[in-house]
Design a protein. Structure first.
Lengths: 233, 248
């Protein structure tokens, strides 16, 4: 499993302003990694380039993205919705491969979503919507999943539980987590790719996270990593 | 919904009649130009049943024409929703053709098809088809990204699902367009009847026009308005029922 960016450059198509400039980094191990940075730093654009939703070589972008041993690359984000014409359980049943029905049920239980399965999507809170959306991506056949603010509006304890469970359930997949939560990123992620303003070089710095794997109620806050992240950003 | 439509029409109709009477008595116009309230009432009572039958005949043609238009508009709109060359041709053709006053083609249709049912139906369909088509193309070619994204990136977005998502998300717009097109279909049929048909309320109005009988024309307008309000109200009600049923 290998993902690398070499001299990746991207300009906005609507105004030609650069958003990524000469970006270089690589991820060589599976697990939960993070994309971190200020709003507008280019995290979403980078994620969409990595998953092929934006073309890498056209008049607005250049450089190279190298991907080895990964076929299915998915990008999920926090404002996605399910269609409103039937209950959530119906939609999830339709998009879950037969071999993953049990996994889907387990995730629904782990994510605390059982009571909402018979409701239409638009009646849920934002946090519940985001958890439902994440479940449907996690039951797909994927090698890389980008989770762009996928746990936004979910309360702290539930986020922690979800992240730890995802890490346990998908140790062989590459999960790229985009979040503005400094503590969470520092504590649970392995490599943290910090995207800085496009005017700064290098635009991206890789910080080693604490990569906690289990629930540790007495664990110290990862102050050192947090400081590194704040300095880098 | 239905009652609101009828109230709205009655208010507008009464305001129009009031304005006519103000003109009549303000400018001291004769009963020949604008009939008196008593004459209007008597004509309305005498002609109501006959005009109601005529309007029913016109409405029958308009409803069939509208159904045909909606079906065709959806077929062409769905085919033209993609950013392919087919989609581009359909869009450009639709925008250009709708810019032409279709009613101007009515004489050709009457020459070719005579003054029967088919000619009226064709004109009614053509007049309400293009506005529906433009709306359907607009709705169907606008992706609902937040819903479609998952299905697209997991390879599950078939055209049927794409159309279903876009129709569901724009159900209010579609209902409004279809309900609004009822007026166009009715207008198209009446115009056709004005020009050359031998049946329907347009034909009756044409006869009243030749006799300069404003009381009959106003009575006919009343029956047209009430009938169309009821029809549009029913369409809106049906749309609301579909939406409610689809959402639960």
């Amino acid at each position: 499993m290998f993902l690398s960016c070499e001299n990746l450059t991207l300009k906005y198509s609507h105004n030609g302003l650069p958003v990524l400039d000469n970006l270089c980094f690589e991820i060589t191990t599976p697990g939960l990694h993070a994309l971190f940075g200020h709003s507008g730093a280019g995290k979403t654009s980078l994620a969409r380039l990595l998953t092929g939703e934006l073309p890498v070589s056209d008049k607005f972008s250049s450089g190279a993205i190298k991907i080895r041993n990964m076929k299915t690359l998915l990008y999920s984000y926090n404002t996605e919705r399910l269609p409103g014409w039937s209950a959530i359980s119906h939609h999830l049943d339709k998009i879950t491969p037969a071999s993953r029905k049990t996994q889907k049920d387990d995730l629904i239980t782990l994510f605390g979503l059982e009571p909402y399965m018979d409701q239409p999507f638009n009646r849920l809170s934002l946090g519940q919507k985001n958890r439902i959306n994440l479940v449907r991506y996690l039951v797909q056949d994927f090698d890389l999943l980008v989770m762009d603010e996928s746990l936004a509006n979910v309360d702290e304890r539930m986020r922690e539980k979800i992240i730890l469970n995802i890490k346990t359930l998908y140790p062989d997949r590459l999960l790229l987590y985009i979040s503005h939560n400094l503590i969470e990123v520092a504590k649970f992620c392995d490599q943290i790719i910090v995207l800085r303003a496009v005017t700064r070089q290098p635009q991206c710095i890789v910080v080693q996270g604490q990569n906690h794997r289990g629930y540790q109620p007495t664990a110290q806050l990862p102050e050192r990593t947090m400081l590194e992240l704040m300095n880098a950003a | 919904m239905l009652l609101r439509r009828i109230y709205q029409f009655l208010i507008i109709y009464c305001a129009g009649i009031l304005l006519l009477f103000l003109l009549k008595y303000g400018l001291q116009l004769s009963d020949y130009v604008i009939p008196s309230p008593i004459e209007l009432w008597q004509t309305g009572c005498a002609e109501f049943v006959r005009y109601f039958k005529d309007v029913a005949d016109t409405l029958r043609v308009a409803v069939i024409g509208q159904i045909i238009s909606v079906i065709f508009a959806f077929i062409v709109g769905i085919a033209g929703r993609k950013a392919t060359w087919v989609g581009s041709i359909v869009k450009v053709a639709a925008y250009n053709v709708q810019a032409y006053p279709i009613v101007a083609l009515a004489p050709i249709i009457f020459i070719l098809l005579g003054d029967g049912f088919i000619a009226r139906l064709l004109i009614a369909s053509m007049i309400c088809y293009f506005p529906i088509l433009l709306s359907v193309i607009g709705i169907m070619s606008e992706p609902v990204v937040d819903i479609e994204h998952f299905y697209r990136c997991t390879g599950r977005l078939r055209w049927q699902l794409e159309v279903k998502i876009r129709a569901f998300e724009n159900l209010n717009k579609l209902t409004t367009v279809i309900s609004g097109s009822a007026t166009l279909a009715m207008a198209g049929t009446i115009v056709a009847e004005f020009i050359a048909a031998n049946a329907g309320i347009g034909y009756s109005i044409r006869i009243a026009l030749y006799q300069s009988d404003l009381a009959r024309i106003l009575s006919a307008l009343f029956v047209i308005g009430i009938t169309l309000s009821v029809y549009q109200g029913l369409l809106e009600w049906a749309g609301a029922l579909i939406k409610k049923g689809w959402e639960t």
